[in-house]
Design a protein around this ligand. Structure first.
Ligand code: ADP
Ligand code: MG
Length: 251
């Protein structure tokens, strides 16, 4: 798997939200997109997943230009994502939510679903829930879950679709250090199995603990791109972002 982004640009009126951004992401890699609020990280994501049409640039997935494909077609090719605010259906139980995601992998199975996840092998569902430490919560309604557990349901559901690239916009926002490390450790395991991961993140322990490569955006432009150690030592990055990044995040 290879995702190649070149010359990506997107403006909103006079604001150049994304300005000539390029990078390559391969299977097994975790790439962190970092930068201050308003740097253009979410806009980049939305251009890649098909929610926004870029003004310029090319997004290639295994050599295929994605320009003409919408969100659903990109998802079918293997572009998966989680959301900045955990989006899970509040009225479903944890088991139902994950079962629906497992079933959705195979479109034919939808015909057999009657809201209870029929059509999914119960052993497969149990194993999948266990892997995310969700098995004890299977009967609980998603709407009643504490935030870190909700984020795990979201991740379990996104990964159940077996994406080849996972886009995560601030996956650990609002989580404690222990909870965010737990969540990212699962993602890292998936990457070890070949998943490519592109994520934005404000917690530097997550960026430097999990990313293989880091891309730093400031006002829409890439100001640095490299291995985590190289980024951490980059004076321009420290001046533009890292000096202030750790302030105000939960311990
Ligand atoms: P980040 O995710 O890095 O915080 P965003 O991509 O959300 O940054 O925003 C980049 C810039 O684009 C900001 O100046 C923001 O105000 C602007 N922007 C983002 N989305 C829109 C939109 N839908 N309409 C107008 N301006 C937008
Ligand atoms: Mg954002």
């Amino acid at each position: 798997m290879k995702l190649v982004v070149t010359g990506l640009s997107k403006s909103f009126g006079a604001v150049r939200a994304v300005d000539d951004v390029g990078f390559t992401l391969e299977g097994g890699q975790m790439l962190a997109l970092i930068g201050p609020n308003g740097a253009g990280k979410s806009t980049c994501f939305q251009c890649i997943n098909g929610q926004l049409r870029p003004d310029a640039g090319r997004i290639e997935f295994d050599g295929r230009d994605l320009a003409r494909l919408g969100v659903a077609a990109r998802a079918r090719l293997g572009l998966g994502r989680t959301f900045q605010i955990a989006q899970v259906a509040a009225s479903l139980s944890v088991g139902q939510h994950v079962a629906l995601a497992l079933a959705a992998r195979d479109p034919g199975v939808w015909h057999g679903i009657r809201g209870r996840g029929a059509g999914v092998d119960p052993a497969e569902l149990r194993a999948w829930l266990e892997r995310f430490d969700l098995e004890p919560l299977a009967g609980r309604l998603c709407g009643e879950l504490p935030y870190p557990e909700l984020k795990r349901v979201e991740l379990a559901s996104a990964l159940a679709l077996r994406p080849r690239v996972l886009l995560m916009d601030e996956p650990t926002a609002g989580m404690t250090r222990a909870d965010r490390r737990g969540l990212m450790a699962i993602v890292k395991q998936e990457a070890a199995g070949g998943l490519a991961v592109l994520f934005t993140e404000h917690s530097m322990d997550v960026v430097f603990g999990f990313a293989d490569k880091v891309l730093v955006l400031v006002r829409g432009r890439v100001i640095a791109d490299g291995a985590p150690a190289q980024i951490a030592a980059d004076p321009a990055v420290r001046a533009a972002y890292l000096g202030t990044a750790a302030a105000g995040e939960p311990a």
